[in-house]
Ligand binder design. Structure first.
Ligand code: ZN
Ligand code: ZN
Length: 355
């Protein structure tokens, strides 16, 4: 079954599925497109051929597609009328459309099909992308190996005396040198490490700092994401204690992961370790997120998520403890669900590294 056919198979309610530029579009046709005032939309009707609506001037970018007809419009065309013409027959009664579609696009479609009912396509599309194929897992595995290697490289290069921004640039260069694109990083030193999504700044990393290093990028479209927390100089007893709790929490989250387990149970397993140690109030985010073409996607490893984990699902396990004004510790790996449980796709050392 082609991916377009698979997408069609999830169309149980709506007559038409509209996919705007997004990871969903990249998944379905190998072209992510880009959102702009010129509409780009993949239209998959329940019956009949799929159509790709796009500006004529961008049509050369599109890879050859066997099961999609291209509807390219000129600068003076009404794109919505062109799409309606191409789909023919009467207007669709119900339409599922991507979360990523701009409001302007939705308003244009509502004008073209005033009687159509619109609903979110994203909950339907997530079904397609949550269970990774062997090829996708292989890509995520290679991306993870890059993150592992870069951790070792940064350890050797050293971070003391450099600003967070400088260490961030080093990380980005190392990631790019190993083939990643769209690289990103969080370098949070000292009290900044207590902010989970800190923006790397001018603070100089010095003796006595805990430093959270969270970074990744994209390899063949698939994302890498890892976090390690290191300490500069000899750590105090409290840091060593907190680090060990987070390490055990992360182990517990990975150990709890497996086919048939609910996503929320993984969060519970990781959180229980931190709560038992008395730091429950300082673990202020969910335990993890799915990863694939997007850095954050289904399944979310969060309390209350009853989704059952299945073979091939990939997600992060990244508990943390954040003590405001003092320091933070987070340890993150990507795992894939396998028969025996979960296999790590990132696996740099989780022993406390002192630089
Ligand atoms: Zn991360
Ligand atoms: Zn993450």
């Amino acid at each position: 079954m082609t991916k377009i056919d698979r997408a069609r198979s999830i169309l149980q309610g709506p007559d038409l599925l509209l996919v705007s530029p997004s990871a969903d579009l990249a998944y379905l046709i190998g072209y992510a497109g880009h959102a702009s005032e010129r509409p780009t939309l993949l239209a998959i009707p329940r019956e009949g051929r799929a159509r790709m609506l796009m500006p004529q001037l961008e049509a050369p970018r599109l890879p050859a597609l066997e099961d999609v007809d291209v509807v390219a419009y000129d600068e003076t065309d009404d794109p919505y009328a062109r799409l309606a013409d191409a789909l023919g027959r009467e207007a669709p009664g119900s339409v599922a459309i991507s979360n990523e579609a701009w409001a302007a696009l939705l308003l244009g479609l509502q004008k073209a099909w005033p009687s159509a009912r619109f609903q979110a396509a994203t909950p339907l599309l997530r079904e397609l992308r949550m269970r990774k194929s062997a090829r996708e897992i292989e890509a995520l595995d290679r991306a993870g190996r890059v993150d592992d290697a870069v951790f070792e490289e940064l350890r050797s290069a050293g971070i003391q005396g450099r600003s967070e921004r400088e260490v961030g640039r080093m990380l980005e260069d190392m990631l790019r040198d190993r083939g990643l694109t769209d690289v990103w990083q969080i370098v949070a030193g000292g009290p900044n490490a207590a902010s989970p999504h800190h923006f790397s700044g001018d603070r100089i990393i010095a003796e006595g700092d805990a430093v959270v290093l969270d970074y990744g990028g994209s390899l063949d479209g698939y994302q890498a994401d890892i976090t390690r927390t290191v300490h500069v100089g000899r750590p105090g007893d409290v840091f060593v204690h907190v680090y060990e709790i987070v390490r055990q929490s992360q182990e517990a989250g990975v150990a709890a992961s497996g086919p048939g387990v609910r996503a929320g149970e993984v969060d519970r397993a990781a959180r229980a370790v931190i709560e038992a140690a008395g730091y429950g109030d300082f673990f202020i985010h969910r335990t993890g997120h799915g990863i694939g073409l997007e850095i954050h996607e289904e399944p979310y490893i969060v309390a209350g998520n009853n989704l059952t984990l299945e073979l091939g699902m990939t997600f992060s396990v990244e508990p943390g403890i954040y003590l405001p004004g003092r320091f933070g510790v987070r340890i993150e790996d990507i795992v894939v669900i396998v028969e025996a449980g979960a296999r790590r796709l990132t696996d740099a050392t989780r022993e406390l590294v002192i630089l």
